[in-house]
Design a protein around this ligand. Structure first.
Ligand SMILES: Cc1cc2nc3c(=O)[nH]c(=O)nc-3n(C[C@H](O)[C@H](O)[C@H](O)COP(=O)(O)OP(=O)(O)OC[C@H]3O[C@@H](n4cnc5c(N)ncnc54)[C@H](O)[C@@H]3O)c2cc1C
Ligand SMILES: NC(=O)c1ccc[n+]([C@@H]2O[C@H](COP(=O)([O-])OP(=O)(O)OC[C@H]3O[C@@H](n4cnc5c(N)ncnc54)[C@H](O)[C@@H]3O)[C@@H](O)[C@H]2O)c1
Length: 453
């Protein structure tokens, strides 16, 4: 039986980065990945990278004279080339290191110290001093009658593999995936309907932001059905007949394809956690302390599987927490992680960090508010992306930035500048008076924060 210094289960962002660090420190590492199609993890193979490749290609659709169908197929091929290159690069990044061994097989714990690897024809047992679980998450399939017997039902993973552009696409769930896919498929030329169970569109966001996003979605021809639940689906023609309940009424609609985007659950099935002392919460997430340690002293869990925010950059930050324990002072923990930003890659991008007006009001937190339209930004005019709205909240006592929402082009870059200012506890005047290059979207931060004077 082979013994390692560390076994990492799952080729996710946190795990693969940790594997490299451990190897650099001369440790013997086993990276266990269940699928040869997933070297590098979810992000590069089926999530952030391929979807953003499609998002950005869909935004260039208007530049091409090709048919919608041809343009879409080429975009899918381009996306596949990109992920294949990255997958190969990721595999070699680890496998080419002398002290790292990549095993392609599903891992199951036999006990707190031993793993069984199950490949097609053989199985193998491995032991290690330390274990790091980084198995990610997978789509939640909601209980809908007829789902299993119906063709043309997809998840975000399987829809990206479909070569044919759906003329009519129905999306269940209006969260990150639902909105990004809605915007992207509408740009490619699909007729899109989003069905979401929430009473309000973008229910966690400020109403003025949600209204602006909804307006832009409707201009793209996207139909949004709120307070609605899909009850049943069945095959119809070469697509899906969908029955859903909106308030008290039952409605029917038809799509060539149905995308399920109702959240993701931690990947713990088949991991053999029952054979260990590791505990899980009611949603299946592995319970960890602030240092990401499980109930077993030599086993940690990183990324989506530990129930934290589901972002690649959080998995990477989980790596930083573990690295600090293995190679640093052991002081960095989840408690230190504040102001996690996010970007939803619709058009324009919706980015946020910290507090928004809605939450500030709910919590009775004092704030000063500034808001400017994206149309006033010279660079937005140059790139012809004048839709959107920028908002910021500052503390009236300290002048520190409490939060910021940027619904404008390039906001996924700009929001990182705002976060640094927040983390450094700078007064808003530092962004108001910062020298930004011109013309750029970032210089809009001068204008946004000038509104407080
Ligand atoms: C469509 C989509 C778009 C997204 N877009 C973004 C985005 O733009 N930005 C962003 O930050 N986040 C985005 N996310 C979220 C992001 O992809 C995840 O948060 C992130 O990939 C999670 O990484 P991880 O390190 O937890 O593990 P993962 O990258 O999920 O890796 C887990 C790996 O473990 C393997 N595995 C599972 N079980 C076993 C087992 N028993 N044995 C061996 N191997 C196993 C899996 O095959 C997988 O390769 C998106 C998600 C989706 C679905
Ligand atoms: N840009 C990004 O960073 C990005 C992009 C995509 C995904 N992600 C990550 O992936 C995670 C999963 O994304 P997601 O969109 O699947 O989940 P989500 O939690 O963002 O949204 C799920 C949506 O589905 C709705 N819903 C739930 N059950 C429903 C039902 N039965 N019928 C109708 N609607 C229902 C919810 O109201 C919610 O609006 C996200 O939480 C995010 O962390 C990030």
């Amino acid at each position: 039986m082979e013994h390692f210094d560390a076994i990492i289960i799952g080729f996710g962002k946190g795990g693969k980065t940790l594997a490299s660090s451990l190897a650099k420190a001369g440790k013997r590492v086993a990276m266990l990945e269940q699928s040869s199609k997933m070297y590098g993890g979810t992000c590069i193979n089926i999530a952030c990278i391929p979807t953003k490749s499609l998002v950005f290609q869909s935004q260039d659709r208007y530049k091409s004279t090709e048919s919608n169908e041809d343009y879409y197929q080429e975009s899918i091929q381009e996306k596949d080339q990109l992920t294949s290159t990255l997958r190969d690069k990721n595999f070699h990044m680890l496998d080419d290191q002398e002290t790292v061994m990549v095993y392609t097989a599903k891992a199951t714990f036999i006990d707190n110290n031993k793993i069984q690897l199950n490949a097609d024809t053989e199985s193998l047992e491995l032991t290690a001093d330390t274990f790091f679980i980084n198995t990610g998450s997978s789509p939640i399939i909601p209980p809908i009658d007829g789902l299993e017997e119906t063709d043309y039902v997809y998840t975000s993973t399987t829809l990206q593999k479909r070569n044919e552009l759906p003329e009519k696409l129905i999306i269940v769930g209006g969260g990150y995936i639902g909105l990004e896919f809605a915007s992207m498929y509408a740009n490619f030329g699909s007729e899109v309907t989003v069905i979401d169970s929430s009473k309000e569109f973008l229910s966690n966001d400020d109403r003025d932001i949600a209204t602006e996003v909804q307006k832009i979605f409707e201009e793209k021809g996207i139909t949004i059905q709120l307070d609605s639940r899909v009850q049943s689906v069945k095959n119809k023609d070469s697509g899906v007949a969908v029955t859903y309940q909106t308030g008290d009424t039952t409605e029917e609609t038809y799509g060539c394809a149905l995308l399920l985007a109702t959240g993701r659950k931690p990947n713990t099935e088949g991991l053999g956690l029952d054979n260990t002392s590791i505990q899980q919460d009611e949603k299946g997430a592995i319970l960890v302390d602030d240092y990401l340690k499980t109930d077993v002293d030599h086993i940690w869990a990183l990324g989506d599987v530990n129930g934290g925010p589901q972002f690649t950059y959080i998995s990477l930050d989980d790596f930083r927490i573990v690295r600090d324990q293995l190679f640093g002072k052991g002081t960095y923990s989840k408690k230190e992680r504040k102001n996690v930003p996010y970007s939803v890659f619709i058009e324009p991008v919706l980015s946020h960090v910290g507090l928004n007006e809605k939450t500030a009001k709910e919590k009775g937190i004092d704030y000063k508010l500034a808001s400017i339209p994206a149309a006033g930004i010279p660079y937005a005019r140059i790139i012809k992306q004048t839709d959107g709205l920028l908002k910021a909240l500052v503390d009236p006592e300290t002048d520190e930035i409490l939060g910021c929402t940027l619904f404008c082009a390039d906001s996924s870059e700009m929001i990182n500048t705002v976060r640094i200012a927040m983390e450094a506890k700078l007064p808003y005047s530092r962004l108001k008076d910062n020298i930004f290059t011109h013309p750029s979207m970032s210089e809009a931060l001068n204008d946004l924060f000038s509104s407080f004077d």
